[in-house]
Design a protein around this ligand. Structure first.
Ligand SMILES: NC(=O)c1ccc[n+]([C@@H]2O[C@H](COP(=O)([O-])OP(=O)(O)OC[C@H]3O[C@@H](n4cnc5c(N)ncnc54)[C@H](O)[C@@H]3O)[C@@H](O)[C@H]2O)c1
Ligand SMILES: O=C(O)[C@H](O)COP(=O)(O)O
Length: 630
């Protein structure tokens, strides 16, 4: 970047997502026949002028003649435009106030609606160059100030000539009139801004196409640029993750692809190439082979609670930070468990099947209230303990067993023996996690130890229960019923078929792994996981990560932030600080956290650093990943 750089920025379809006069026409003619007719004429005239096919003044006169606006309408317009600022402009708000002396808005639009919008971003009023409306004494727009050069053909060029800025000029806009500044020699670089609209004729003239503001800052190596423009960050979301997540990540400027189902190992090894952020749910097996095939992967988001499907060691070794949503669907699972326990105790699945067959079987035999019954919870984590509270409020007597010490909530009784729990419980509900040791954790011997006539619920993980033994226990009426939501092998997507390993039992509820599938839970997850991903990209904060040392950091306002992930060996910090000392870097702040496997060091340094520093950092022994954040 030159010593002094001016940023000349267009307003319509650049600073904001829209053409202001289109919005004004919508405001004026909303709900009338004119809306479409006038709207179309205005759009055509704007496009013709932007593409350089119609002189600007002619287009302006014709457009204003179509609009019968008042001062009040113009105020409403600027209020609406405040909500329509381009996403990458919003993201880089700090840039505009930091560069307040060097940012100029040069627009053929009108100050009357531009000023209230751009001054909120720290842009100085005296740096706004645009037309002004003329009004009559009834506050109706009568036309524009014709003496303003910006109302003329090639007006932007005339204005730039008058301004004769001393320094390098970068012009950013979507229109031909923006390119004309560069053509006339008043700017060094013309960035065709394509975040909102792509005009082929303009693009053909551009020095650089920029589909976001981030990309411009990156290209000119502005100190506030992120090390990698957000618009180049590729996100792959699998397994029908809620649409809100996609929208949130797109809003952040990333390229996002959302697929409906899971992919198998080989498909994923192919698909993961070039992907920086991967989002999955419980079905996608993120194996070591996939992690090793990934050439750009920085973050994995499990849009669910369980992370047993992810090879966390492989991710850690490759410096890939993994997040999940540890509480977002907890309540949904608990509500489903409660519902199923009541249904099974009343033999509702059996009654429903009878009704389907046309059988009327009104009887109280084998049907019980849950009040006063003993519920045995295995795995007293977030789900287990929440179930404990809700079950107790329905009058159940709660017992629990966990491999680690857990505080019993309410009147729940902790049992130190699993056998004891099985011996006394009328209902056993499994809420252990999917760690490898839990494969076939609940075997034949455990099922046999359950009370005769008891009920088993598994909403945890499929491989946890020996389903063949469960089938036998149900067939022999040792157990009175079961609800199974998770299976050792589950289909990749909704088009694949499924054959239940337990079946043909009257009092059995089988569900397709939907314990966490409520709209509330999926919306929560779609909010939580992307926000963690975005925070990690923007600040380096790994807080709530499943495999990284947890570091929470504020954004650095000036200076640079360097992130270094290394194997947890001694002496790395000393090596890093030697590099900083040798390269004459002033450290503003430094944070180190380690876990068993890796160390994560965040170093904030002041404005200046030699490029060689980055190479030196990568060469430090045991480095896994190094990146400069901004
Ligand atoms: N069906 C669904 O849609 C659905 C939805 C969400 C979660 N889940 C499953 O539920 C599991 C539990 O979720 P959570 O949020 O409560 O997790 P959590 O980590 O808070 O709780 C798990 C608890 O199980 C205990 N545990 C592990 N192995 C055990 C064992 N062998 N014996 C006794 N206790 C054991 C742990 O110590 C921990 O307290 C998740 O890991 C996931 O696999 C399923
Ligand atoms: O771990 C979880 O949260 C559950 O198993 C839900 O997984 P899902 O998002 O694939 O339904």
């Amino acid at each position: 970047m030159a010593d002094k750089t001016f940023f000349v920025i267009d307003f319509d379809s650049t600073f904001t997502k829209v053409e202001a006069l289109d919005v004004l026409s919508d405001i004026l003619y909303e709900g009338t026949d004119k809306k479409e007719i006038v709207g179309k004429k205005i759009k055509d005239l704007t496009d013709q002028a932007m593409a350089g096919e119609l002189s600007f003044r002619e287009a302006l006169e014709q457009r204003l003649a179509l609009l019968e606006a008042t001062k009040k309408d113009v105020t409403q317009l600027s209020n609406e435009l405040k909500e329509l600022v381009s996403e990458s402009v919003k993201r880089n708000k700090a840039f505009f106030s930091n560069e307040t002396d060097n940012v100029l808005i040069v627009s053929s639009g009108f100050k009357d609606f531009i000023t209230p919008v751009v001054t909120e971003y720290g842009i100085k009023e005296e740096n706004i160059y645009a037309n002004t409306f003329t009004y009559n004494d009834k506050d109706e727009v009568t036309g524009f100030d014709a003496s303003n050069p910006l109302s003329e053909h090639k007006g932007k060029v005339k204005l730039m000539k008058e301004l004769s800025l001393e320094g390098e000029v970068v012009v950013i806009g979507d229109g031909y009139t923006d390119y004309e500044i560069r053509e006339a020699g008043y700017a060094k670089t013309f960035f065709a801004f394509t975040e909102n609209i792509k005009r082929e004729k303009v693009l053909a003239k551009a020095d650089v196409e920029a589909n976001s503001f981030d990309e411009i800052l990156f290209t000119i190596k502005h100190p506030m640029a992120t090390s990698f423009p957000k618009s180049k960050i590729k996100v792959l979301l699998l397994e029908n993750i809620h649409q809100d997540a996609k929208e949130r990540l797109i809003q952040e400027g990333y390229q996002v692809e959302l697929l409906g189902g899971a992919l198998d190992e080989d498909e994923l090894c192919e698909k993961i190439k070039g992907v920086h952020i991967l989002g999955i749910r419980s079905k996608t097996m993120l194996t070591r082979k996939v992690v090793e095939a990934a050439d750009r992967l920085m973050i994995v988001g499990a849009f669910c609670i369980g992370t047993n499907q992810i090879d966390l060691d492989a991710c850690t070794e490759h410096g890939v930070c993994v997040f999940n949503a540890p509480y977002s669907n907890t309540r949904s699972v608990v509500e489903m468990a409660i519902g199923e326990i009541i249904m099974l105790m009343r033999q509702i699945p059996k009654r429903m099947r009878q009704m389907d067959r046309g059988e009327w079987s009104k009887s109280a035999g084998g049907s019980f209230e849950v009040r006063g019954k003993k519920l045995g919870i295995i795995g007293y984590g977030n789900i287990g303990s929440q179930l404990s509270i809700l079950a107790e409020s329905m009058g159940m007597d709660v017992y629990y067993y966990d491999v680690v010490e857990k505080l019993g909530l309410g009147n729940a009784t902790k049992l130190s023996s699993l056998d004891k729990l099985l011996e006394i419980s009328d209902v056993v509900s499994l809420h252990v996690d999917g760690r490898p040791e839990n494969k076939m954790f609940f075997k034949r011997e455990h099922i046999q130890k359950m009370k005769k006539g008891a009920i088993l619920v598994n909403l945890a993980r499929g491989p946890v229960v020996e389903l063949e033994a469960l089938q036998e226990a149900l067939e022999s009426n040792h157990l009175a019923g079961a609800a199974i939501d998770v299976f050792p092998v589950e289909p990749k997507n909704n088009n694949d078929t499924f054959d239940a390993p337990v079946k043909n039992i009257d009092n059995l509820i089988l569900t397709p792994h939907i314990g966490g599938s409520t709209l509330e839970a999926q919306e929560n997850i779609a909010d939580f996981v992307p926000s963690k991903m975005i925070e990690y990209v923007n600040t380096g904060s790994s807080f709530n990560s499943v495999n990284f040392p947890n570091v929470q950091l504020p954004r650095l306002e000036s200076g640079h932030r360097l992130l270094h992930i290394h194997q947890n060996k001694s002496g790395i910090l000393a090596q890093m600080n030697n590099v900083f000392a040798n390269r004459g870097c002033n450290i503003l702040g430094q944070y180190l956290k380690t876990n068993e496997d890796i160390g994560y060091v965040i170093t904030d340094i002041d404005q200046s650093y030699q490029h060689e520093l980055l190479e030196d950092m990568k060469k430090i022994d045991h480095t896994i990943k190094f990146r400069i954040l901004y």
